[in-house]
Design a protein around this ligand. Structure first.
Ligand code: 26V
Length: 756
């Protein structure tokens, strides 16, 4: 039956209507059902060994478009709707975005599932079915407000499996109910699964927004992604979530092993578990527990686990490395405590250095340490990041287990981040080099043959311009803001964090504003676009959002500045907004303090869509710079060695913000936070708190790099005016982005770690 008939059958049965009588909502439900059914019917890929990718976050984004693409029926569906005078895009608007992740880490997991399936590898995701994803962001009085983000609807991608597992918590048991999302592989006829565990009786939505009873584990365990950890109940709830996920996941693995005709002694031979950051680390002691319960000796159980588990580190920020008080685990999963103590004892026996112990003298469990001692692989997510892990953060472990350390530079799925979100650019690439780059993204380098082809360069500029126009329409519709598509789109989209230095970008805006007020117009009108959510309890991040929104307002009110400089902060930045904005970006802001951004993945998506990077030598920017060469990227700022040195107490070299603040160019920029015009718009307390922090502390050294940042950004904007040479830079960036396909990353994981 072709899709026209299937669609007709569904709408008839469900609504008593023919497809052309349906509204967009009904058509969406019909396409969802059809797509889900086709994907669900696909068998799993073959393979002796199976991968389980454990992650507390899977930031999937909308799935309809991608699933149609993977199933090979996207064009058919589009044409079918068009023949009824309907638009697939409008139908896709109906899909709610499941925001089951914070940012890069969760989106990486989603890209990986896409690539694992596309490459026909046998690998499933394991996570939690949060009822509320990351909060919905609203701007009120130039400040971020958070409201809950319910995404589940009666019709969704979730497939009930009927499978349940009992998770033994201290004092009570809780049933974990398994829901699956089918992940169809592009280029094959197989599908993997994303396994999401939920409680049996989830609570009704809280009435008063985000407040809920954090001690009501039975009903609220899966209510929220990252419940507020400002109090002990919130922190405990996170440990409940983690144990729930890994215990149910480990039981699922052993059950599937049995179904494959194997026993617990075959675990390592038949399974690879990738631990995505430390949130799933308790899978290690949990598997030891389950294996010993099935008759293995402690030695054998540990041996199996050590040959099964591999750990990925995603940050060197100390505050983000999880250490749980042992008494939390005593409360949540007391049966793990003797196992963790035994794992610690053995680790100390092998290496007496307290710096590598699992349990420290305050009885904190260092989750990453457990992963490294009891896993067979430790990887960083970009070359520089892995080097810093080896040389500094995890140096002691590297000395102990050099062979375990390896790098896996991140990647992104070009199916979502180029093919699906930028059809015009995709068509242009196809016309130049044919369609083979989809399966072999390295073929994108073939675009370099067109570096002197004026027609292709001209087309590239036209494609970018129409993407900008499209974005302008969407922004106008969503936020009622008009921006000029012929201005330079300077884009910084990522979580709000001081180390990512959105505040430094804000200082650039202040600099430009002052110049324009003083009569110096920029070479080219500039639109600085931000998209960022701040963690609800992260005060300094909220001050930075406030500053940006105040600057936005200040400029809106000023007819002398507006034609030359605009600032727009997109409300509720999420995967869907990223898909709209990335095709439209001219400049990709990747300005983290060197050594702090493990990799970044937005940098890769923007590059693949022809944006030119303006960045520090941090994370994967280093690899981007190597690939595109100095003419096709704008780099600036202190390098990671210098930064690490500046954090060092030794030798009196330590960074002091005030030394940089008291310079002719910097002081007026920072002091502008307390200018009458800004105080008139914003909250004086918030602006003053940020001002004080910037001049007195500036922990992520924005003032160290700001002057060079300003001059390099001005250079980029000047060179943007030479359209032909800019088009060449765009072309080189697209051509070299093949390396950052997550298909490449996944092949490397498989060759070096999983061996599926
Ligand atoms: C977590 C937290 C939690 C507590 C408050 C401060 C803080 C700061 C950072 C984090 C990061 C958690 C891990 C993470 O999301 N890492 C990101 O992983 C991406 C995928 O590998 C990578 O591209 C990003 O550079 C990295 O920041």
């Amino acid at each position: 039956m072709d899709i026209k008939e299937q669609l007709g059958q569904f709408t008839q049965e469900r609504f008593g209507l023919t497809p052309d009588q349906c509204n967009d909502r009904q058509l969406y439900e019909a396409l969802l059902a059809l797509t889900r059914r086709l994907s669900e019917a696909r068998p799993a890929p073959d393979g002796e060994r199976k991968l389980y990718y454990f992650s507390a976050e899977f930031l999937m984004g909308k799935l309809l478009d991608n699933n149609l693409l993977a199933l090979g029926i996207r064009d058919q569906a589009r044409e079918l709707l068009a023949s009824m005078g309907r638009d697939l895009n409008a139908v896709e608007e109906q899909e709610p975005e499941p925001s089951l992740g914070n940012g890069g880490l969760g989106r990486l997991a989603a890209c990986f599932l896409d690539s694992i399936a596309a490459l026909g590898m046998r690998g499933d995701g394991v996570g939690l079915n949060y009822h509320y994803g990351l909060f919905h962001q609203k701007f009120v009085n130039h400040k971020q407000m958070e409201t809950p983000d319910p995404w589940m609807q009666p019709d969704s991608w979730l497939i009930p499996t009927g499978k349940t597992f009992t998770v033994p918590f201290g004092g009570f048991d809780l049933t974990a109910k398994l829901w699956d999302v089918s992940i169809p592989g592009a280029y094959n006829d197989r599908a993997n699964r994303l396994h999401l565990f939920d409680v049996e009786e989830p609570a009704a939505p809280p009435e008063n927004g985000i407040d809920f009873d954090k001690t009501d584990i039975v009903h609220h365990l899966t209510s929220f992604l990252y419940p507020d950890d400002g109090d002990e109940a919130g922190r405990l709830l996170r440990v409940y979530q983690q144990y729930f996920m890994v215990s149910a996941g480990a039981q699922l693995i052993l059950q599937e092993l049995e179904e494959r005709g194997c026993g617990p002694r075959d675990l390592a031979a038949r399974t690879a578990i990738q631990i995505n950051d430390t949130h799933p680390s308790m899978v290690i002691p949990e598997l030891v527990r389950l294996l010993t319960a099935r008759g293995l000796s402690m030695d054998d159980a540990i041996d199996q686990v050590r040959r099964t588990c591999a750990y990925t580190n995603h940050t060197i920020l100390a505050e983000a490395l999880e250490k749980w008080p042992l008494h939390f685990i005593e409360r949540v999963a007391p049966q793990l405590v003797p196992i963790i103590r035994e794992l610690d004892r053995r680790a100390r026996e092998a290496c007496p250095d307290p710096a590598v112990a699992i349990l420290d003298n305050q009885n904190l469990v260092h989750m990453a340490h457990m992963d490294i001692h009891y896993g067979y692989s430790v990887n960083g997510v970009a070359a520089l990041h892995t080097e810093i892990l080896k040389k500094a953060e995890l140096n002691r472990f590297y000395d102990l287990y050099p062979a375990r350390f390896n790098n896996k530079t991140n990647g992104v799925t070009l199916r979502r981040w180029l093919e699906a979100c930028n059809p015009d650019l995709t068509a242009l690439i196809d016309r130049c080099i044919g369609p083979g780059w989809r399966k072999a993204p390295d073929q994108l380098v073939g675009l370099l043959d067109f570096i002197d082809n004026d027609q292709v360069l001209g087309r590239l500029l036209t494609v970018k311009y129409s993407a900008k126009e499209r974005f302008c329409r969407e922004l106008q519709e969503a936020q009622g803001i008009d921006v000029d598509p012929s201005s330079v789109f300077d884009v910084q989209i990522k979580r709000l964090h001081e180390y990512k230095r959105q505040q430094m970008n804000a200082l650039y805006v202040i600099h430009k504003y002052m110049e324009i007020k003083g009569g110096r117009k920029p070479e080219h009108p500039i639109t600085v676009l931000f998209g960022a959510k701040a963690a609800p309890a992260y005060v300094m991040a909220k001050h930075i959002i406030h500053l940006i929104l105040c600057l936005q307002q200040l400029i809106e009110n000023d007819p002398a500045v507006r034609p030359w400089l605009r600032v727009v902060m997109i409300e509720n930045y999420n995967v869907t907004w990223a898909e709209r904005l990335i095709p439209a970006a001219d400049i990709s802001e990747q300005i983290s303090l060197a050594s702090k951004e493990a990799s970044g993945t937005g940098n890769m998506k923007l590059m693949a869509n022809g944006a030119v990077t303006l960045g520090t030598m941090d994370g994967a920017n280093v690899e981007i710079a190597e690939l595109v060469g100095p003419d096709n990227i704008y780099t600036f700022g202190a390098d990671s060695d210098r930064v690490i040195h500046l954090y060092d107490d030794k030798g009196g070299q330590r960074y002091r913000a005030r030394d940089y603040y008291h310079t002719l160019r910097v002081e007026p920029l920072v002091d502008f936070l307390l200018s009458p015009e800004l105080l008139d718009i914003g909250d004086p307390k918030s602006l003053a708190a940020l001002w004080r922090d910037m001049k007195g502390k500036d922990w992520f050294m924005a003032l160290l790099d700001v002057e060079e940042y300003i001059s390099v950004k001005d250079l980029a904007i000047r060179q943007y005016g030479d359209r032909k040479s800019w088009a060449r830079k765009m072309l080189v960036n697209i051509a070299k982005s093949g390396y950052f396909s997550s298909d490449r990353t996944i092949r490397q994981y498989n060759e070096d770690i999983w061996h599926l």
